[in-house]
Design a protein around this ligand. Structure first.
Ligand SMILES: Cc1cc2nc3c(=O)[nH]c(=O)nc-3n(C[C@H](O)[C@H](O)[C@H](O)COP(=O)(O)OP(=O)(O)OC[C@H]3O[C@@H](n4cnc5c(N)ncnc54)[C@H](O)[C@@H]3O)c2cc1C
Length: 396
């Protein structure tokens, strides 16, 4: 794999500290801040469109500008290193993007608001049990996702639940954990805003300003969050993306039940076409789970979830449990019961393109919402935005 740095070296354009030409002089960023960043970035990336600025930057460099200090040095240091990307969201899409970027030698940090990775491929731990209360299983269509699933299977993080249906092992969130690998992921960091600087982007967090960990400034930002949340962040940064607000989702209330003895549902997984319930699964029937676990997942139908979206979780748990008991004739009381609201569960109307990449702004968008309501769609979208970003760094 050719890294941007290796590519830059091969073409004679290098921003790497170790490979700095002997004649190198710091650029006086105070005088030409825009020139410094764009020009230096063009030198790094070898991008055709920025060739003029690159030549100008080179001229400034040759002229031997005086040494800068303070803020200027920060700007210079940012130009004097390999490109850095911030990925917001550690679901399948964000992790797939980060993986692809890192494979291409691009440094990136993932920021995730939750305590763990994997997004809607989620697992809740409660009452000594585990519940996969988000995505239930995934299918495989394309060769790239098939290759990943084979890799994760070999690593023991994925197993087949039924013919063509795969799950994470021992829990669904194992998929995200395995995919994250050694990628730097900063959890419990909700990104609340994007700040644009001449030198790139910095992030604002609900837990304070954009400082360590993860550094201060990024050359590009990839938003791998649900479409409405991406829209909010973009709006705050003064960027509009046509079609983004037209993406729609179906919500889903998920019910988690744990019984002392597994209830007999007549099958390990069931879809229901009428009433409040759309899906029921016996967790213990999934590979790698405790076979005696009396845990069940119940998903409410989209219409029911929509009507009851603002109900309290306790009231929803009670209503869905009553529907479950009536439907399956289970009169025993569960040992544990809880409901979880997914506001943006499954994409109904997708964006209609694999991803969005705005080269001029250095902003990428990805997620299942670009393509459709499937784990594989999130993976494909993450890979697509990373490929677009890497492509825009290639020599023109
Ligand atoms: C109930 C349910 C059932 C499903 N069933 C299936 C199924 O059976 N098969 C299937 O293929 N798919 C299923 N899906 C869909 C599947 O889970 C998704 O398509 C896929 O996981 C989406 O991945 P993603 O990375 O695009 O988004 P997400 O997984 O939503 O990842 C986005 C991440 O961004 C984080 N985030 C959001 N905002 C911020 C912020 N401001 N700062 C930092 N982090 C932020 C979130 O916490 C999240 O981790 C189901 C989903 C749900 C909810």
């Amino acid at each position: 794999m050719i890294t941007p740095r290796a590519r830059a070296q091969a073409s004679g354009n290098t921003c790497g500290r170790a490979d700095r030409p002997a004649s190198w002089r710091p650029i006086e960023a105070r005088h030409v801040p825009e020139l410094l960043t764009d020009g230096a970035r063009a030198l790094c990336y070898g991008a055709k469109a920025d060739a003029k600025k690159a030549r100008q930057a080179k001229a400034v460099r040759k002229a031997g500008a005086p040494r800068a200090s303070g803020k200027d040095r920060v700007l210079m240091e940012q130009a004097d290193r390999q490109p850095r990307v911030a990925v917001i969201g550690a679901g399948m899409a964000g992790l797939a993007a980060a993986r692809r970027l890192r494979q291409a030698g691009v440094a990136c940090t993932v920021f995730e608001k939750s305590r763990g990775v994997s997004g809607r491929m989620a697992t809740r731990r409660a009452d000594g049990s585990t519940f996969d209360h988000g995505a239930q299983y995934f299918t495989v269509r394309g060769p790239r996702f098939a290759a990943l699933v084979r890799e994760l299977e070999a690593a023991g993080a994925v197993a087949q639940w039924f013919e063509g249906g795969f799950v994470g092992q021992p829990t669904m969130s194992a998929v995200g954990k395995a995919l994250a690998g050694s990628t730097p992921v900063v959890t419990e960091r909700r990104v609340t805003g994007l700040n644009r600087h001449p030198s790139g982007w910095s992030l604002r967090f609900d837990s304070g300003p954009s400082q360590r960990p993860g550094g201060d400034s990024f050359d590009a930002v990839v938003l791998a969050v649900p479409a409405p949340q991406a829209g909010d962040l973009l709006q705050g940064a003064g960027i509009g993306v046509a079609g983004l607000s037209e993406v729609t989702y179906a919500p889903c209330w998920a019910l988690m039940l744990a019984f002392d003895e597994p209830p007999d549902l007549g099958a390990d997984r069931l879809t229901c076409d009428d009433g409040p319930i759309a899906w029921v699964a016996r967790e213990a029937s999934k590979p790698g789970r405790r076979p005696d676990a009396g845990t069940c997942i119940v998903h409410a139908a989209p219409d029911w979830s929509r009507v009851h979206l603002e109900w309290r979780a306790e009231a929803v748990a009670e209503a869905l449990h009553a529907a479950f008991s009536a439907r399956f004739g289970v009169s025993r009381q569960p040992r544990f019961i809880a409901a979880h609201r997914w506001r943006h569960a499954r994409v109904e109307r997708p964006f209609g393109a694999p991803c969005h990449w705005d080269r001029a702004a250095g902003i990428g968008l990805c997620g299942d919402w670009c393509i459709g309501a499937r784990v594989e769609a999130a993976f494909d979208s993450g890979e697509a935005v990373a490929t677009a970003l890497i492509g825009s760094m290639a020599p023109g």
